[in-house]
Design a protein around this ligand. Structure first.
Ligand code: SF4
Length: 346
């Protein structure tokens, strides 16, 4: 069983003077942490990067003017329950709102862990019909919540139903389970993911300490089954806003055969201002990675435009046109600028 707020208090993960505020946070937002993550916490460190992700903080009770209940506009793009259809060729399918942990910075924190936590069979059937009726849908991203919290039989049903829709090319799962609750990645779960279509898994990891032996073995079970694995990371103040930490995390993931896919600028979810760094700081961190690690270890730094206008890359641009020269100015990884000739065919 994961720990709830009272378990965290009982285990001494919360300073006595913070207990009341933590209880107030738990009345507003879901709280859970797996034993795997609890075991990684250094209780002597008041700024422990694992505790900061899962143990509630009274600051969450403060909402700033720019923060939103639905920061990336899921509701605006939800034509039927369980579906978010923001882009023409792909959509999200959310069969559950449950997660093994509740990340304090989650962009869906107003929804995750709340009831009804499961998409009911009739709603799931309507969601499948929505996909079947739209031949332009090429990719379904199964997310939530965390779909890997479902039993193997339920997962297999989802995979087989999507696999049977002729116009789909890709089934993608977004999950934190292999990292935070690796024992759930059983042989049955892996077998449930067996599909004729390309099935990809995207795991979520934010700090190198999360890449435990058990997490590595869970990911290896997916990889050995022929499933390509990517990762996403949220850029978080005090947790991974440090080039060396990001470098270690991304190298660790690549060594696990996981390609870092997205580095997310933290969304404007309510009560999460203490996790956000400025975009300029994020760009400096990403620029710092550019020279230091192989391209394999470099995710795309992205921002979800508040209100549901989609994801855009926001890494610093290494090239610019210059009105004083004919051609381009391009900056190398040390910051030195070089001229690049104009296109002879333009
Ligand atoms: S696992 Fe994902 S969906 Fe669940 S709380 Fe964390 S960030 Fe949110």
């Amino acid at each position: 069983m994961p720990l709830d707020a009272e378990d965290m208090i009982d285990q001494g993960l919360v300073a006595p003077e913070r207990i009341d505020e933590i209880r107030r946070v738990a009345r507003q937002y879901s709280v859970a942490m797996t034993k795997d993550m609890t075991g990684l916490i250094d209780t002597a460190d008041p700024n422990d990067p694992i505790a900061a992700q899962f143990v509630p903080n009274g600051t969450e009770l403060v909402t700033t003017a720019e923060e939103l209940a639905d920061p990336i506009g899921d509701d605006r793009w939800s034509p039927v329950p369980g579906i978010v259809h923001r882009y023409p060729d792909r959509l999200l399918l959310k069969p559950t709102l449950l997660c093994p942990v509740y990340c304090r910075f989650c962009f869906r924190r107003e929804a995750v862990g709340k009831t009804p936590a499961m998409l009911q069979p009739e709603a799931l059937a309507r969601a499948y019909d929505y996909i079947r009726q739209r031949p332009e849908i090429w990719e379904v991203i199964v997310t939530g919540g965390d779909p890997f919290i479902l039993g193997a039989r339920r997962l297999a049903d989802i995979v087989q139903t999507l696999d049977a829709i002729p116009h789909l090319g890709v089934i993608r799962f977004h999950t934190r389970v292999p990292i935070v609750d690796p024992a759930r990645v059983t042989a049955w779960l892996v077998a449930a993911l067996s599909a004729e279509k390309a099935l990809w898994v995207v795991v979520h990891a934010n700090h190198p300490r999360e890449l435990t032996t058990a997490a590595k073995e869970a990911v290896a079970r997916l990889v050995r089954a022929g499933i390509p694995v990517l990762s996403q990371t949220v850029l978080l103040r005090g947790i991974n806003d440090d080039t060396a930490v990001l470098e270690t995390l991304f190298r660790g993931l690549v060594a696990m055969r996981v390609k870092p896919y997205y580095l997310h600028h933290a969304d404007l979810a309510r009560g999460t201002a203490h996790f956000r760094i400025g975009i300029a700081s994020g760009q400096r961190l990403v620029a710092g990675l550019r020279g230091g690690v192989s391209g394999l270890c470099q995710p795309t730094y992205v921002l979800d435009i508040p209100g549901g206008y989609g994801k855009v890359p926001i890494a610093p641009n290494a090239i610019r046109a210059d009105e004083h020269v004919d051609g381009w100015i391009v900056k190398d990884s040390t910051g030195v600028e070089h001229a690049y000739p104009p296109d002879p065919n333009s």
